[in-house]
Design a protein around this ligand. Structure first.
Ligand code: SF4
Ligand code: SF4
Length: 186
């Protein structure tokens, strides 16, 4: 049984006093809470500009350019993915949510490439370690953060989603192409 009486201490003795009418009925406290909420609601209706919250989705917060949102796999000049399937991102990922399947490229001047690259964004903690670990600017984290979907499977992003989703308008080009990199001796 839950007691609503007050607890007092007399020395080392704890005395449980009989419940008051207010404590036993709960109703005064409930009305007090409702009154507080109603006062706040009326205040907010007439002072909308002072509200610290945004009316999402009509209003959206603009994050800075360094915001670490949805992942992007960058592309080379010819439009193929820049990733060399070195596995450094997957090895460093604390959530173990990156899965890569590597393959040999038919062009001997090109390193390995991923025939499959998946990120489970439901497991991702958006820490940015993958971006930091990548030696060739092949994975970045961009400003997008709204990722609604109706089923869990839609949150596993594949190469198509990571490199060529419509928002990327054909793909984000990496800093260096493979051939540029070889020519420059890096
Ligand atoms: S942001 Fe962090 S958790 Fe998410 S895929 Fe990259 S390394 Fe893993
Ligand atoms: S994204 Fe970068 S770190 Fe990850 S496998 Fe590709 S090249 Fe390596």
């Amino acid at each position: 049984m839950i007691s609503t009486g007050k607890i007092e201490t007399k020395g080392r003795v704890v005395v449980l006093k009989k419940p008051t009418v207010e404590g036993a009925w709960y109703l005064p406290a409930i009305f007090k809470g409702l009154g507080f909420t109603f006062r706040k609601m009326v205040y907010n209706i007439f002072n909308q500009k002072k509200m610290p919250t945004l009316n999402y989705p009509e209003e959206k917060y603009e994050y800075g350019p360094r915001f670490k949102g949805n992942h992007i796999l960058t592309v080379k000049k010819d439009g193929s993915v820049r990733c060399t399937a070195c596995m450094l991102c997957a090895t460093n990922c604390p959530a173990q949510c990156i899965k890569i399947t590597a393959a040999e490229h038919e062009d001997p001047t090109v390193e390995k490439y991923p025939i499959a690259y998946e990120i489970d964004v439901l497991r991702c903690v958006f820490c940015g370690f993958c971006e930091e670990a990548c030696p060739v600017d092949a994975v970045r984290m961009g400003p997008e953060w709204q990722t609604p979907a109706l089923s869990g499977g839609k949150f596993v992003y594949d190469i198509q989603q990571l490199a060529y989703r419509p928002q990327l308008k054909g793909g984000v080009q990496s800093v260096l192409d493979d051939h540029e990199r070889l020519d420059s001796g890096i």
